[in-house]
Design a protein around this ligand. Structure first.
Ligand code: E4P
Length: 214
């Protein structure tokens, strides 16, 4: 299973790389706005430190504008993936970009048929937002399960990115059902490695070791 980090924060990305947990990065306009600096500068910095795929989102609402933005963004690095929203215009853009060899990640997916449509259009990745579904008492992970089944039924190679992850249990569930990728916020990435019994156990080992030291 691949771990992407869901952030535009350079320090978080660097720390994630040191932890060995950054197979790629996903950003979005909200994450870039949190950095309070020129987004173009942030994007270039991210591309300069990350080897894996980096998803960058278009702002335009029409397919022509999306394609123009996508071409500019993809010229910034060989590892760019263009995030396109799941709209009619977005699907037109995905078709064009896929023919041009520009990689796409269809974002804001909330039901499996949307993922199927994105795959049919030629998307390289789809991003169902499970946390936002859980927030409204829907079952986010079921969208992932059904999408896995649908892609396997028809042999689509589009990779599924489990997005809008809120806690380690989401990562566990995604791994159990065999999702390709989880894109994880930095705080959750850190939580994945910790357990209170690990801390207690380590403290006890060190204390016992001290007691036998001369
Ligand atoms: C995915 O690519 C998105 O950036 C992200 O996971 C959205 O998560 P949120 O619901 O926490 O904003």
């Amino acid at each position: 299973m691949k771990f992407f980090i869901d952030t535009a924060n350079i320090e978080e990305i660097k720390k994630g790389i040191e932890m060995g947990l950054v197979d790629g990065v996903t950003t979005n306009p909200t994450l870039l706005s949190k950095e309070k600096k020129d987004p173009q500068r942030t994007i270039k910095e991210i591309l300069s430190i990350v080897e894996g795929p980096v998803s960058l989102e278009v702002i335009a609402k029409d397919s022509k504008g999306m394609c123009e933005e996508a071409r500019k963004l993809s010229s910034l690095g060989t590892n760019t993936v263009i995030k396109i929203p799941m709209t009619e215009e977005g699907m037109k853009a995905v078709r064009v970009l896929s023919q041009e060899g520009i990689k796409t990640n269809v974002t804001l997916i909330f039901q499996p048929v949307q993922a199927l449509i994105a795959a049919k259009a030629g998307a390289d990745y789809v991003s169902p937002f499970i946390g936002r579904l859980d927030d409204i008492s829907a079952r986010g992970m079921e969208v992932i399960e059904d999408t896995i089944t649908i892609f396997s039924n028809y042999g689509y190679e589009t990779e599924i990115i489990v997005a809008s992850i809120r806690h380690p249990l989401h990562v566990l569930q995604a791994a159990i059902i065999g999702a390709d990728i989880a894109t994880i916020p930095f705080n959750v990435l850190k939580q994945l490695m910790s357990h209170p019994l690990t801390d207690i156990g380590l403290e006890r080992f060190l204390k016992d070791w001290e007691s036998i030291k001369k």
